[in-house]
Ligand binder design. Structure first.
Ligand code: ADP
Length: 483
């Protein structure tokens, strides 16, 4: 069992108090590297989730709002607590997620960055009076907190994803009811433990509910006291949330699935493209929504690029992230592992060739999937159409710019995309043509706290990070004054 000063409780947190399930119901948390249960966390009932919503409602202040200074201090205190406890939070994260320790600790810094950014830009949420005087009135625009927000996060960035949402919610003065993924609740408990000890957030401002998604989701969708949900996860669940909140017309911020194209033109710096692809693709074991999912390489440089990739992939180390400097940890669970295996099998059966990695029949029976490269991929293959969410690099060839823009857009998703070319005008054309919220030019980098990030098409609604993200949890209210 995991031991940590940040995990003294394994329960929810409601109205400023650690709160157990009344019947003592729990769920198991596993370390994917060992397959062992490392904790049992409280599973909340419908009544407990309703109590969390009620606690949030009691912390909402409309007529005497929390001042900008108060909100800034909350954000700074969380930032500082995360930075001071980066190693321990990262260790917990590594043990429940499996990503290498250095990545897990890097994610804590990334998370602190969102609280930092919001604290430095919170002034943008102050009211302002517009310079014109239409209709003989003085018009003031206020940014009101939308209300209690439901924040639902996935397992792939256990601290990064909540940081994006919670920083903006607190900046706006919104209380929240937070539901982490059941695979990774411990990092969230650690965050609540830090907030409990190191901030003076009012009781009910942050509430933690864990357990069955159907129970928690139902209360959050149905409660009239929760006017907004911010969700990161699958498009399937995102669609369900849209349907389940339609009756009440709730505000939704959704960051959903991706199917990122990574395009390498024949004038690209191939070494830089290969290095960036490795860093992008294998982050979090390939289990991020911004991981390159379809690699389009110009036919003239395909062989050379394939060799560079294989050379790098063959040097990668796979193992338990907690034991020093491995490049790749285990996949999160058996279902995740089986999906990657199915994608490799399907590609090979339909004519792709293995450039690096193991044949499916040579794979072991743990959750460590070797980094794998296949070439000769086409749109009939599962790895082209679906998000693999694992360490598979599927390469397809292209000839022209028009053809590859069409191929990149040949998906319902529109989250991240990447283009490598030495031609600046071409890069501008391709970025504009790709219907993706993020388009890296000669970089495989993903989001950052300072810039807005989010999806087009079925990849979601809204933006996190940057000034756009800061405004997600407020509603503009205009107050024209007549005399
Ligand atoms: P993933 O495939 O990454 O696990 P999911 O969309 O299944 O993505 O889950 C993302 C988050 O949404 C998790 O916290 C999960 O428990 C939660 N979730 C799943 N189904 C629902 C639902 N019906 N209502 C609310 N939250 C849900």
């Amino acid at each position: 069992m995991i031991e940590s000063p940040l995990l003294e409780k394994m329960t929810g947190y409601i109205g400023g108090r650690w709160t157990d399930n009344a019947q003592g119901h729990t769920f198991d948390v596993y370390n994917p590297a060992t397959g062992k249960v490392i904790a049992q966390a409280a599973s909340m009932t419908e009544d407990e989730v309703k109590a969390a919503v009620a606690a949030g409602k009691s912390a909402l202040r409309l007529t005497s709002p929390y001042s900008i200074e108060t909100r800034r201090k909350w954000l700074e205190d969380i930032r500082d607590a995360l930075k001071a406890n980066k190693e321990e939070v990262g260790r917990i994260l590594c043990m429940e997620h499996g990503k290498p320790l250095h990545e897990a600790q890097g994610e804590v810094d990334y998370a602190a960055g969102f609280f930092d950014y919001c604290s430095k830009h919170i002034q943008a949420l102050d009211a302002h009076t517009i310079p014109e005087k239409p209709k003989d009135c003085t018009w003031t625009v206020h940014y009101r907190p939308i209300g209690v927000a439901g924040l639902i996060t996935p397992w792939n960035f256990p601290i990064g994803m909540i940081a994006k949402k919670l920083s903006a919610a607190l900046a706006a003065g919104c209380p929240s009811v937070i539901k982490p993924a059941s695979e990774t609740p411990l990092t969230m408990i650690a965050l609540f433990s830090l907030m409990d000890k190191h901030t003076d957030l009012p009781d009910g401002m942050v509430n933690l509910v864990m357990g069955k998604a159907s129970v928690i989701g139902k209360v959050l969708c149905e409660s009239p006291d929760v006017p907004m949900l911010s969700f990161t996860g699958s498009t399937e669940v995102g669609r369900k949330l849209i349907l389940d909140t339609a009756e009440q017309v709730k505000k939704l911020a959704l960051e959903l699935g991706g199917n990122a194209p990574f395009i390498v033109f024949d004038d690209a710096d191939l070494d830089a493209a290969a290095d960036n692809l490795i860093a992008n693709k294998f982050r979090g074991g390939g289990q991020t929504c911004v991981c390159a999912n379809r690699i389009f390489v110009h036919e003239k440089v395909a062989d050379a690029f394939g060799e560079k990739l294989a050379e790098r992939v063959n040097k990668m180390t796979v193992g338990d992230g907690i034991n020093g400097d491995v490049d790749l940890g285990p996949l999160i669970n058996q279902a995740g592992y089986d999906k990657v295996k199915r994608h490799v099998e399907d590609a090979l059966e339909k004519g792709a060739s293995l450039v690096a990695g193991k044949k499916p029949e040579e794979l072991g029976d743990d959750l460590f999937f070797p980094p794998t490269v296949v070439t000769g991929v086409n749109r009939d293959m599962c790895c082209y159409r679906e998000e693999t969410f694992g360490p598979l690099v599927p390469m397809a060839l292209f000839r022209t710019e028009e053809e590859v823009i069409d191929a990149g857009n040949d998906t319902e998703f529109g989250l991240a995309s990447y283009v490598f070319t030495g031609d600046a005008e071409r890069a501008q054309r391709v970025a504009a043509g790709l219907r993706f919220g993020h388009c890296g030019w000669n970089t495989g980098t993903g989001p950052t706290p300072e810039a807005p990030f989010g999806g087009m098409k079925a990849s979601g609604i809204g933006r996190e990070g940057g000034l756009e993200g800061l405004f997600e949890f407020v509603e503009a209210q205009t107050v024209p004054r007549g005399f």
